[in-house]
Design a protein around this ligand. Structure first.
Ligand SMILES: Nc1ncnc2c1ncn2[C@@H]1O[C@H](COP(=O)(O)OP(=O)(O)O)[C@@H](O)[C@H]1O
Ligand SMILES: [Mg+2]
Length: 397
């Protein structure tokens, strides 16, 4: 059988490629901002904000910088915390503890006590680390700006306990709205160091794809034109202000799906038709790793929304009640105890803030006022399959 892949892992979201085309500048800036801390750890508390749209390379650049930190310093470590997974200060502190190999109790302590324990331990063990808080708006949205403010103002804490500055801070976000929510003293402690990640142009996406294809695919399996075809739909161009464009994740996902299709069809190269089909099947605003991280019942509720929308193909919206009924049915099917009405509202609010669904209140004409739900920008069939796969895996059925 003809082979398409030589290293499929190079097309997965977690993969850190050896080179990051078009992010050399951002890497250099990170190195510069932290050079003082790396040269003499403890002398300062550097803080930098990385901003850019999804898929603009913030996470991978920060992790790449993490590799540099570990390579270039014997003393400083790098800790990458996902605030999508850790939405409270105590959960962030515990995750930092785990990554630094510090035993922090799982429960029974207040956030202040946890913070104190962490600071005691890094002092006693003489640890220095650069901490990246990824997608930090989740922390701010869920726990309020105070949680983040506490981390930003750790400097005062060190001074009052007579310790050196133990951490450097990288905050990763889509924009700067989180900064406006902070109180004044946290804002000024944060400072103005911002590194921007512009959305990728078509040419840049093409070069990123080419580098990935060289690592992941066998030589004859793709033409450069195939990569150009993908770059055309994924890269930004002046005419379209599509906010999903410039997203390298989307481009790489299409390449992976097209490669999979070619492999499944048993041919020896990726054809335009495979790319077309891959584009049709690729999620845009929703990332499958974020989907995976939702609580089980939030996933089931989202699946209920998707299925209700598919059952009503003539209407872009379904009422909340319809999704709720569908959810009850799904729970029965999966042998799950359904969550309460109020919890489903919480899920809906969360799905909405994450941009997975859109909601609006019904206008006059309908009986009463009811909340309407839609999913305007994703292929429902793909979303349904993806969710069913993840839920099945989680239930072990
Ligand atoms: N300059 C680049 N070179 C190679 N791969 C990249 C580059 N920028 C982004 N990627 C890849 O695109 C995907 C999305 O990047 P990511 O860093 O997760 O974006 P963000 O965190 O800004 O949403 C990842 O798979 C990443 O490895
Ligand atoms: Mg990211």
């Amino acid at each position: 059988m003809p082979r398409i892949f030589k290293n499929e892992a190079a097309l997965t979201p977690e993969y850190i490629p050896s080179k990051l085309p078009h992010r050399e500048e951002q890497l250099k800036q990170l190195e510069t901002y932290f050079s003082g801390f790396l040269e003499s750890p403890g002398s300062m508390y550097p803080k930098v904000v990385l901003i850019g749209r999804p898929g603009s390379g913030k996470t991978v650049t920060s992790r790449k910088f993490g590799n540099y930190v570990v390579r270039s310093s014997e003393r400083v470590r790098y800790v990458h915390v996902s605030c999508f997974l850790n939405r409270t200060l105590s959960s962030v502190l515990k995750d930092i503890g785990v990554q630094l190999n510090i035993a922090i109790p799982k429960r029974g302590f207040s956030t202040e006590e946890l913070l104190k324990m962490l600071l005691d331990m890094v002092r006693d063990k003489d640890i220095y680390a650069i901490v990246a808080l990824d997608d930090v708006f989740h922390l701010v949205n869920n726990s309020g700006p105070h949680a983040l403010g506490t981390l930003i103002r750790l400097g005062e804490e060190y001074v009052s306990r007579g310790d050196k500055y133990r951490f450097g801070l990288i905050l990763i976000s889509q924009d700067l709205t989180f900064r406006d929510q902070l109180d004044r003293s946290s804002q000024s402690a944060l400072g103005n160091a911002v590194i921007k990640f512009e959305p990728y142009t078509k040419d840049q996406i093409f070069e990123i794809l080419l580098a990935r294809a060289q690592e992941a695919l066998v030589d004859g399996a793709y033409d450069e034109e195939i990569l150009e075809m993908i770059a055309d739909v994924a890269g930004v161009d002046e005419k379209s202000m599509d906010e999903h464009r410039g997203d390298a994740r989307y481009a790489i996902d299409i390449l992976w799906r097209a490669s999979k299709l070619a492999e499944m069809k048993g041919v020896d190269r990726i054809l335009p038709e495979h790319v077309r089909e891959a584009i049709k099947n690729t999620l845009r605003g929703i990332r499958s790793d974020e989907l995976r991280m939702l609580p089980l019942h939030e996933k089931i509720f989202l699946l209920a929304i998707v299925r209700s929308l598919m059952k009503n193909p003539n209407s872009p919206y379904i009422p909340f009640g319809t999704a709720e009924d569908e959810y009850q049915m799904l729970c029965e099917q999966y042998g799950q105890e359904p969550r309460k009405h109020t919890q489903l509202w919480e899920y809906l609010r969360d799905l909405n803030t994450k941009g997975f669904v859109e909601t609006r209140t019904s206008s006059k004409g309908m009986r009463g006022r009811t909340t309407l739900i839609s999913i305007p920008s994703e292929p429902l069939e793909t979303l349904k399959e993806e969710l069913e796969k993840i839920i099945k895996g989680e239930l072990g059925t």
